[in-house]
Design a protein around this ligand. Structure first.
Ligand code: SAM
Length: 289
């Protein structure tokens, strides 16, 4: 078995198939065995697990996943990689490759069909141009997932993990933290990839909450309020919500709600915790009724 984490083997395969990298698909393949081993360890993959891999590329991480998991389903958009994956994964009988755009796959159905509806683990070195839609899609569609361990741009990992009052805190931090507990488990420099990306990367593991960390009367309204609060960073939360085209609260209603919560009416969104956004939602929801 030629492990592709060894750069010489990756180069050989790329030459054998005369493969040319497609920038539009965010193709940066891993060529570092230590990073690969770390991802598998931090994702806590065992022979009990079904793993969904998004964007297997030439199968570098897939080889590790096949050796450690019960079953692997890998979804790859680039048709030219399919014959390569057939070759590099030929030693494994616990993998299926789907040639599809992950954003178009019915992952709930996949979990039902491939894992009897039991929670799966998602592991991926994500294509960076669609990091947020992929992660948020898994959460919002309520896919049965135990954990998501993914390589993303370092800045995105920092945003996901940030708390109130920090410069990176925003709608993405709150959205992820509503569903899961995020933790950066590795920092990965550009020289671990072929070709080298222009940015630094990090692996972030998100363990889904077993029970919700906050209770809120209207989830969709809370996310609209969060989005509006961060859409104009230097504005007050009251103005942000009032100016949102998706919401129809008056400045007075928002100010009154903040005062009820013991907050100053001129606060900015970045000072509120998830619990406080939930509370704000509950109060404003009553104005709608
Ligand atoms: N897993 C491989 C590795 O670590 O070496 C490749 C990672 S590379 C950063 C991202 C992979 O995602 C590429 O193989 C790319 O073709 C694939 N990809 C890009 N957009 C995709 C999409 N919408 N659906 C599925 N795969 C996609």
């Amino acid at each position: 078995m030629a492990y592709l984490g060894i750069p010489k083997n990756t180069i050989e395969i790329l030459q054998k198939y005369n493969f040319s990298f497609q920038k539009k698909f965010g193709q940066n393949f891993l060529i570092d065995t230590h990073v690969l081993e770390k991802i598998i360890a931090k994702a806590e993959i065992s022979k009990e697990d079904m793993v969904l891999e998004i964007g297997p590329g030439i199968g570098t991480m897939t080889q590790y996943l096949c050796e450690n998991a019960k079953k692997v389903v890998a979804v790859e958009i680039d048709q030219s990689l399919i014959p390569i994956l057939k070759d590099t994964l030929s030693d494994y009988d616990n993998v299926s490759v789907i040639n599809e755009d992950i954003l178009k796959v019915d992952i709930n159905r996949l979990v039902k069909e491939e894992n009897d509806g039991k929670p799966i683990k998602v592991v991926a070195n994500l294509p960076y141009y669609i990091t947020t839609p992929i992660i948020m899609g898994l959460f919002e569609k309520k896919v049965k997932v135990e954990s998501i361990t993914v390589m993303v741009q370092k800045e995105v990992a920092q945003r996901i993990q940030s708390g109130p009052g920090t410069k990176d805190y925003g709608a993405l931090s709150l959205a992820v933290q509503y569903y899961a507990q995020p933790e950066i488990v590795a920092n990965v420099p550009p020289n671990c990839f072929m070709p080298r990306p222009n940015v630094s990367s990090a692996v972030i593991r998100m363990r889904l909450h077993e029970t919700p960390v906050v209770n809120v009367s209207d989830e969709a309204l809370m996310f609209k309020l969060i989005k509006a609060s961060f859409s104009q960073r230097r504005k007050t939360l009251t103005n942000g919500i009032h100016n949102s085209s998706e919401l129809s609260f008056t400045k007075e209603q928002v100010a009154e709600a903040l005062v009820q919560m013991g907050k100053n009416e001129n606060v900015r969104g970045e000072t509120l915790t998830l619990e406080e956004f939930a509370k704000l939602t509950d109060i404003l929801k009553q104005c709608e009724e």
